[in-house]
Design a protein around this ligand. Structure first.
Ligand SMILES: C[S@@+](CC[C@H](N)C(=O)[O-])C[C@H]1O[C@@H](n2cnc3c(N)ncnc32)[C@H](O)[C@@H]1O
Length: 296
């Protein structure tokens, strides 16, 4: 039996006009189901106020009278479903987050292949779930710190995320003073330039660093069109939102895109699980290297 609609009025303080937009437990369940199917993200019931506050504005903009009607619209409209899921993602990120990963990348992955890169061999790195670009640009600045001529070599960083808004912010490559303060000063002065956005002092990532990064929209739950292997993959602070079975599949797919010795970096509260565990050996804090497995 369908649950009786109730408003979230009591749970969201300081907001007005909520009574006009009914949101039932059943609506939450339908939304959570669609989000899980589409993006792998598990939404616990405790997130219902967040779902309400993020979607209410959109529902009003569409001039729909209730969450129920919105759920009906989302069911049949793939673009709207994509937009809904994007509005429910958590995009928290920062430059050089978990700095030990960038030190590992530099000393263990990049340093040994720099001579080959200078002879024209390729370097490929993937920032999966890159959010607004701080992660792939931290990778780019790490590359430039050891290989300043990278823009004229075959070096590419692929940066992907499900959410078009954050991908666009990444492409724009402009960060406010607070965001940019996490860039180590020597890299910041060399590879960014000050600018002003709506009277706010900001920083633009240099053309050299930007030229290394290609941004694309990509849902990790769908097909991955990339061909070829990556020397390193950053998949951090995203699978934490997925259930265990989905995590296992993602790790296995990532492992298949690494050569022996390639690195996978994961978030501080994430764990490698499932069959990929036998292919990925720990090599530092939440860093893993693909190992040779004896198939005999
Ligand atoms: C918390 S941010 C992590 C950003 C960055 N990797 C870091 O660690 O700082 C999680 C990102 O995962 C993205 N995301 C969530 N589900 C996704 C999916 N199914 N496919 C691709 N990206 C997804 C979100 O849009 C969000 O930008």
């Amino acid at each position: 039996m369908k649950a009786a609609p109730h408003t979230m009025e009591l749970q969201i303080e300081g907001r007005r006009n909520l009574a006009d937009l009914p949101f039932s437990k059943h609506d939450f369940k339908i939304i959570a189901q669609m989000v899980k199917e589409y993006a792998g993200i598990d939404l616990h019931e405790s997130k219902s106020s967040l779902v309400y506050s993020r979607l209410a504005k959109r529902i009003r903009a569409l001039a729909l009278p209730s969450f129920e009607k919105y759920c009906q619209a989302v069911r049949t409209d793939v673009d709207e479903r994509h937009q809904m899921v994007s509005m429910l993602t958590t995009n928290v990120t920062s430059f050089f987050r978990e700095a030990h990963h960038f030190e590992h990348l530099k000393s263990k992955i990049l340093a040994p292949i720099v001579p080959a890169a200078r002879r024209g061999e390729k370097i490929r790195i993937w920032s999966a779930a890159c959010s607004s670009g701080q992660e792939p640009y931290s990778i780019a600045l790490t590359v430039l710190s050891i290989l300043p001529e990278a823009p004229s070599l075959d070096v590419r960083i692929l940066a992907t995320d499900l959410n078009a808004d954050v991908v666009n912010k990444g492409r724009a490559a402009v960060y406010d003073r607070q965001e940019a303060s996490a860039i180590p000063p020597a890299l910041k002065s060399k590879w960014t330039s000050p600018c002003t956005v709506r009277d706010e002092p900001s920083f633009q990532i240099s053309d050299e660093a930007r030229s290394l990064v290609s941004f694309r929209e990509l849902n990790l739950m769908q097909g991955w069109p990339m061909r070829g292997l990556f020397h390193a993959i950053f998949c951090r602070n995203v699978v934490i939102y997925f259930d265990r079975e989905t995590q296992c599949k993602i790790w296995q797919r990532m492992a298949s895109l690494l050569p022996v010795g390639g690195a996978l970096y994961i978030g501080h509260s994430e764990r490698i699980s499932g069959p990929a565990s036998s292919l990925l050996s720990p090599d530092g804090i939440t860093a893993f290297r693909k190992i040779e497995v004896d198939s005999a």
